[in-house]
Design a protein around this ligand. Sequence first.
Ligand SMILES: [Zn+2]
Length: 106
Amino acid sequence: MRTDEDLIRAALDAAGTAGPRDVPIGAVIVAADGTELARAANKREELGDPTAHAEILAMRAAASALGDGWRLEGTTIAVTVEPFSARGNRRRGRSGRCGTWSATGG
Ligand SMILES: [Zn+2]
């Protein structure tokens, strides 16, 4: 996965795996060479956990995969709200965001 479009598509795929009661948000994290480290869906309802956001779950998994403590040096994370589902659209005003950014540094 190298382009932003690839990343957003992967994040959308991850959003599609959210449980039926969860807002369909997905996240994917790739290493500097494009290797996928983690992907996750929002699981706040499924886990009953207010911190179980897609990006949080993905960051935890990516940190574990990298094995450098909490650091995600050189990685890129993409987070998205599924734009095509009625469920997502209804809630977009509250939770919508879509984009990529580098997670280098602090
Ligand atoms: Zn979040």
